[in-house]
Design a protein around this ligand. Structure first.
Ligand code: ADP
Length: 223
């Protein structure tokens, strides 16, 4: 299972990403978590991104793309599945993430889009602010993150719709209900997604090109 998630702040990406990862036993690659971890450990990278996180702005693309490339290489070694949470957030990241995945033979099977309205998202994020102390869960920064989502992230949903891998889920319900719908949907898709890479096929297909003619099925690629 190779899944990427697109959702506004507060829709439940982190919660649902962890659920999907546990259910399918695949790595959960959460860019926001990775960045916050750098900030907490006061690494050089952490120092350089802290301001962006505090202001609710996107950190420079190259920083997240480098992190994602490393995480994807590790995911490949661990069995090729993954759930990406937090990237892509704009069209450049969508294209670059696709290129990285393609080089590794690990392009996403599903783009999972969680949908919720701004009033509900703001309510959830303010409620979370009272429990956790994320530097970006203040009314002003929440408004900035939501505006950024609508402006640069939401438009990429259409790109995944055009590629035929978009699954949209209504996230205006409890985490439990949303999680159940996600897992039921992904389980229903699973049989058609478990594709065996061509180089691991158990039989010799080298003669098929001639049998079907040059324009036959053997001439098409699996991507
Ligand atoms: P949320 O979706 O609730 O804002 P995240 O944990 O996904 O939470 O992201 C928190 C912050 O981390 C973002 O506001 C941004 O500053 C940074 N960030 C995370 N992912 C990316 C990304 N792909 N590109 C740029 N910045 C990112």
């Amino acid at each position: 299972m190779r899944i990427l998630m697109i959702a506004p702040p507060g829709a439940g990406k982190g919660t649902q990403g962890a659920l999907i990862a546990a259910h399918f036993n695949i790595p959960h690659i959460a860019t926001g978590e990775l960045l916050r971890d750098h900030v907490a450990r006061r690494t050089a990278l952490g120092q350089s991104v802290k301001g962006y996180l505090d202001r609710g702005e996107l950190v420079p693309d190259q920083i997240v793309l480098d992190m994602v490339r490393d995480a994807m290489i590790a995911a490949k070694a661990a069995g090729r599945g993954y759930v990406l949470d937090g990237i892509p957030r704009n069209m450049e990241q969508a294209r670059a993430a696709y290129e990285i995945a393609r080089e590794l033979g690990m392009t996403a099977d599903v783009a999972l889009h969680l949908q919720a309205d701004d009033a509900e998202l703001t309510r959830r994020l303010l409620a979370r602010a009272a429990l956790e102390h994320r530097s970006d869960d203040t009314a002003e920064v929440i408004a900035q993150r939501l505006a950024l989502y609508h402006e640069v992230t939401a438009p990429i949903v259409a790109w995944y719709r055009d590629r035929g891998i978009l699954v949209t889920v209504d996230a205006m319900r409890s985490a439990h209900e949303v999680g159940r719908e996600i897992l039921v949907t992904l389980e229903a898709m699973r049989p058609s997604l478990e594709h065996v890479p061509a180089d691991e096929l158990p039989m010799d297909l080298t003669g098929l090109g001639e049998a079907f003619g040059a324009a036959g099925p053997a001439a098409s690629t699996s991507e």
